[in-house]
Ligand binder design. Sequence first.
Ligand code: AHR
Length: 516
Amino acid sequence: MRQIIILITALLLGVACQMSAQQCEIVIDTETSLGHASPYIYGQFIEYMGQDIEGGIFDPESPLSDENGIRRDVLEKAKELAPTMIRFPGGTFVKTFHWMDGVGPKDQRRPSKNLIWGGINSFGFGTCEFIDYCRAIGCEPVLVVNLSTGTPDEAANWVEYCNGTENTYYANLRRSHGYEEPFRVKYWALGNEEAAEPDAGRHQDPHKYVEEVWHFIKLMKLTDPTIQLIADGERGIPEWNKIVMEGLDGAVDYISFHGYVSTDNGRPYSIFHKINQVERELGEFHALMQSCSQDSVTNWKKWYRFPPRNKPLKMAVDEWGIWEYQQPPYGTTVTYEWRHALATACYLNALLRCCAFVEMANWAQMVNILAPIRADSQTSVRQTVFYPLKEYRRNTHSEVVSVQTISPEVDNGLQALNAVATINRETGEIVLFVVNILPKAVRARVSIDGKKAVAIRQMTTLTGERIDAVNTLTQPEKEMVSVRTEKPVRHLDDITIPPRSNPNHTRLTYQIRYLK
Ligand code: AHR
């Protein structure tokens, strides 16, 4: 029996629109597979930056923290957000991070100035606390090594500290810190934005990066040949990416891409155009990957003493999100409006459509900084972007199939509807994610493999009270986003996506519908 889930996101921008409700088409073709949807596209990133880790996740001074300084309320929200992986500890900060500063008895840790983002880090939340946090959430850790002020030895020792099982100094050090069992950290990233000239990094030249990173790779892989490595890719610098992929082909499993988007002043649709631009760039990156990396690695030197990658190189969009540059100095404590939740859904659709080559993606960041969760010492709230992240994570099936939409143009080539479908081949259930950015209701006819969809089994609606609705720390009890689940049975060959359910408010709606 075929079932379908539809997630609809409707957007009403505060601008006049002459278009009347129009009939749209959503055509699902389950015979055309776009690939496997990796669960790891639903990750988060945390960094020692502002109050993301210290003052957010970890806050020994807060009455809301447990005996280890972990904010209970924030952890509960992080569990609800349910990331499949978390990347730590940076970001740009990693260029100054030495993992030994953050292990062992807390009174012997080495507080130091955060040279990148300001403030002082106690490192009370270090490697072991990070692993505990991932375990509490049930997600995979990703560790980023310091290629700039760190050394290959230091990185390899971190691998041994985390994964060592034998009678070695660093495995024993971990044991002496109370962790008998290895952490089995599988994913390790080789630096962060290494081309960036203003940062504290020192590579900038891709040839130099390749040459230096090889020493890290060798020592890290010789320490644990089972780990998977993420090379540093650079958005918008194909020459860098080409040299890195050719230089490291076979030795690394992923190459990274960072893709933040924002809204241009006075151009509310610009953020959606930028998301489409990210999707195009991901496609171009993939084309380059195909010309620079082998699907299966040949001519591997046995004297490397560790095996090459055994599957095609994939992309890790290991930082993505919405960065509105609102406040000085860096604009990272963004208050997300409901329109940002809609943009988040569009971005998630783009990532799903790129599933053939994007296998990892982390929303940057998790708490307070560019984050779905805000917290001060007394309370915490879910920002608007929390809701699409949560809903997609709960509803995506393992395979993405083709969807075509016919819908009106909203702004300079931007279509009103943005849709993606995922399928569970065993049960036949389809999940369709649809975003409507048209400032009017649309009626859509949905068909699957040429047949009209039959009936709706369940519908979940996420509603923002206004286009600029925000959840705030000052009024944490007043949630501006609501979630409603119904189980209607109705025909779906003519659905209406209602952007304005109350004439006095601009209502923005998510719906999930199950069909049989
Ligand atoms: O997420 C904030 C910063 O954005 C990260 O530190 C850096 O990698 C990126 O430029």
